[in-house]
Design a protein around this ligand. Structure first.
Ligand code: CTP
Ligand code: MG
Length: 178
């Protein structure tokens, strides 16, 4: 059933969706790369990737997974299997890692901080979160992500990403609408 597939996809990915948005609100302070540049003269990651944003974003994603585990009895059979703690961590941290790796790629390809990188911006965190989770919590991953759920994730994520970022921009929380 399509609705069930969509519910499982969004539910299982929420711990990976939340970190990037929380990082926007919590970011600031010391950049992860400490201001360093590579031989190409460009920052390793840039000022947009901070320790605080990454840590608070990851913690928020883990918190969301634990919260979803608590409320899953309320939605009956619709929710997927509860998140094992390793999956909570790999989804949240994987999302932040994907975003950081994307910034590394952006800098290497001459994109300034805040520049758009179509495709990468929308899917970096999903690919990294799923890959890390497939390795760290294989049993749960295989049980939760059927092919249909994976397809739903890859269709829904860009839509959700574009709309939440546009909303955050409209609210003045984000500097660019992507
Ligand atoms: N942020 C952070 N730490 C992260 C990710 C995001 O502090 N790991 C905060 C930063 O304040 C950043 C904002 O969230 O400016 C928006 O995130 P994002 O769009 O990912 O960063 P950009 O500033 O656009 O930089 P980049 O071009 O490297 O993506
Ligand atoms: Mg950006």
């Amino acid at each position: 059933m399509v609705l069930e597939t969509v519910v499982v996809a969004v539910w299982a990915m929420l711990p990976a969706y939340v970190p990037n948005n929380v990082a926007v609100l919590a970011g600031g302070g010391r950049p992860i790369d400490g201001g360093r540049t590579l031989e190409d003269g460009t920052r390793i990651l840039g000022d947009g990737k901070t320790w605080r944003g990454t840590a608070v974003g990851t913690a928020a994603g883990i918190g969301v997974a634990l919260l979803l585990n608590r409320i899953s009895p309320l939605v009956g059979g619709l929710a997927p299997e509860p998140f094992p703690v390793v999956a909570a961590v790999s989804l949240a941290f994987g999302a932040m890692l994907g975003d950081v790796l994307a910034s590394f790629l952006k800098r290497r390809t001459g994109r300034q901080r805040g520049a758009a990188f179509v495709g990468v911006d929308q899917l970096d965190f999903v690919v990294a979160a799923l890959a890390l989770t497939a390795v760290a919590a294989t049993g749960w991953f295989l049980e939760t992500f059927s092919l249909a759920v994976l397809v739903a994730v890859f269709v829904l994520t860009p839509v959700l990403h574009v709309s939440t970022n546009a909303a955050a921009y409209a609210l003045g929380l984000k500097d660019e609408p992507w």
